[in-house]
Design a protein. Structure first.
Length: 324
């Protein structure tokens, strides 16, 4: 597995990250079953065997159960904590928290960030996070509060590095003005079916853009500022490989992925991941599978260097129409 050093840190990380969102299985109050623990351990061990040393969490995943389930790995492999990179996120709150009628919302207040990290560390059974991300931009953010929370968490040794998720370039630039620690990561959705980040640059200045242009230059901004981009949902949430696919455009995209898989002699999942890896920004795919076999299938992407032509074929198939 290829490793990269994250800029402005001492972190040596695998290009592929295991996304742990579904490891806790259910998003309700149901307790964690032995099968769920067994499966999670198997998935994590397989990822480690494949050379993955980077694990992505969030406090909300399976309502905290994904972090809790993950902590069972410490009993399985002694001395593992200092060999892996643990990242988690906070800033999203569920409806009815703290009281009935409270809406689902974002919360970057000092109190919420610091309290969330306590919960994350408790569930993961660790003393520190390598990276904390703020999950989704909070329109009511007071950057001084974020700065205070980050300063305290950093000084207490509870969080080593900080990043953001789903943030635009101006949002990052604004927060950076207040935050003492470097912003090292921005986690954004990217796959052949959700290529808006790439579209931004390609459809710019078109008279009739096929897709809305939103935040021009997010990739370039991150590259200029040495902010590593992580792509969430790089497998497009399995949408292309659903049984009974009826949408004609999706069927074409699926067939292009399958043809590429045959050409490069790897799995179809590996092609989806290789498409992200081929981008020169050294984007890190966060794979969200709950199956050990699929972890292995994704990691075959390490063997693939897509040609320029094949990368474009997949991009065009995913966007569903020819380029301008
Ligand atoms: N920052 C954010 O806002 C954000 C949002 C969402 C997710 N994330 C992170 O990104 C990670 C990945 O996201 P994700 O899980 O939504 O998307 P993903 O990695 O694109 O897709 C994973 C899902 O697709 C299914 N899948 C993949 N290939 C398949 C195939 N060939 N056939 C059938 N099903 C297939 C998987 O099922 P199996 O389990 O059966 O393999 C799993 O349910 C998460 O774990 C999380 O860490 C971050």
């Amino acid at each position: 597995m290829e490793k990269i050093k994250i800029s402005k840190t001492d972190l040596e990380v695998s290009r592929i990250i295991l996304g742990c969102m579904q490891l806790g299985k259910t998003w309700n109050a149901e307790p964690i079953s032995d099968d769920t623990i067994k499966n999670a351990i198997n998935v994590i061990k397989t990822a480690l065997d494949e050379g993955i040393n980077f694990f992505d969490h969030a406090d909300i995943y399976a309502r905290g159960k994904s972090e809790e389930v993950f902590s069972h790995i410490w009993k399985e492999i002694s001395g593992l904590r200092n060999k892996i990179i643990l990242q988690s996120k906070c800033g999203i709150r569920f409806p009815n928290d703290p009281e009935d009628g409270s809406p689902g919302r974002y919360d970057f207040s000092y109190e919420h960030i610091t309290k969330s990290v306590e919960g994350i560390l408790r569930r993961l059974k660790t003393d520190f996070l390598d990276i904390l991300l703020l999950h989704r931009p909070d329109p009511l953010v007071e950057p001084e509060e974020v700065a205070k929370a980050f300063d305290e968490l950093h000084a207490a040794g509870k969080v080593r590095y900080f990043g953001l998720s789903n943030h635009t370039a101006p949002q990052i630039e604004y927060l950076k003005k207040f935050i003492a620690q470097p912003i090292i990561v921005n986690q954004l959705e990217l796959s052949i079916l959700h290529s808006d980040l790439i579209e931004e640059g390609v459809t710019f200045n078109q008279k009739h853009p096929s897709r809305g242009i939103r935040n021009i230059g997010t990739i370039e901004y991150c590259r200029l500022n040495d902010i590593t981009i992580q792509s969430w949902a790089p497998l497009a949430k399995g949408k292309l490989f659903a049984e009974n696919l009826t949408d004609e455009k999706l069927k074409i995209a699926r067939d292009v992925v399958i043809a590429s898989a045959e050409k490069y002699n790897v799995s179809k999942e590996a092609i989806m991941i290789a498409w992200v890896l081929r981008h020169p920004a050294k984007i890190q795919p966060v794979i969200g599978t709950t199956k050990a076999e699929r972890v292995k299938a994704c990691c075959q992407a390490n063997k693939v260097q897509l040609s320029r032509e094949d990368w474009y074929k997949l991009y065009i198939a995913g966007r569903g129409e020819a380029l301008p």
